[in-house]
Write a protein that binds this ligand. Structure first.
Ligand code: UDP
Ligand code: MG
Length: 142
């Protein structure tokens, strides 16, 4: 396994309920180090661009409404096998179907308002990181 970087969002439903600390703690106690982070209230353009792969899906408009409804925390996580490891910590897209003790099972409100985003592959991780961060925002040395 290699050290990877993945892109993560603590979505508006979780920021609204003051779950930032609890969710970041899941990452930090499970070998995913936060190497960049920023709070952002996404514009419609940012949300639509970020989720462009879903633009033909029936849930696209509602998803973009939700993602622009309040601030999110965008971050880069670094660690062994970070992309798959983060997806495992997050759990399935639908919190009702997510494994016990995953972030979405514990904190997600619904299929849409599922508290976190995580990249699903190396290519998407690279694109998503570049969507929100410059190389100079990333600090992996400690
Ligand atoms: N989503 C939704 N309805 C659906 C599927 C997805 O509202 O039927 C939302 C949900 O917030 C999800 C996001 O769209 O996290 C992106 O969907 P994707 O299939 O990429 O799921 P993820 O990779 O986030 O698990
Ligand atoms: Mg996805």
């Amino acid at each position: 396994m290699a050290i990877e970087r993945t892109f993560s969002i603590i979505k508006p439903d979780a920021v609204k309920r003051d779950l930032i600390g609890k969710i970041c703690s899941r990452f930090e106690t499970n070998g995913l180090r936060i190497v960049a982070m920023r709070m952002v209230h996404m514009s419609r353009r940012e949300a639509e661009g970020f989720y462009a792969v879903h633009r033909e899906r029936p849930f696209f408009k509602s998803l973009c409404d939700y993602m622009t409804s309040g601030p999110s925390l965008v971050m880069i996580l670094e660690g062994e096998d970070a992309i798959a490891h983060n997806r495992k910590l997050m759990g399935a897209t639908d919190p009702a179907k997510a494994d016990k003790e995953t972030i979405r099972a514990d904190f997600g409100e619904s299929l849409e308002r599922n508290s976190v985003h995580g990249s699903d592959a190396p290519a998407t991780a690279a694109t998503e990181i570049a969507w929100f961060f410059a190389a100079s925002d990333i600090h992996s040395a400690r």
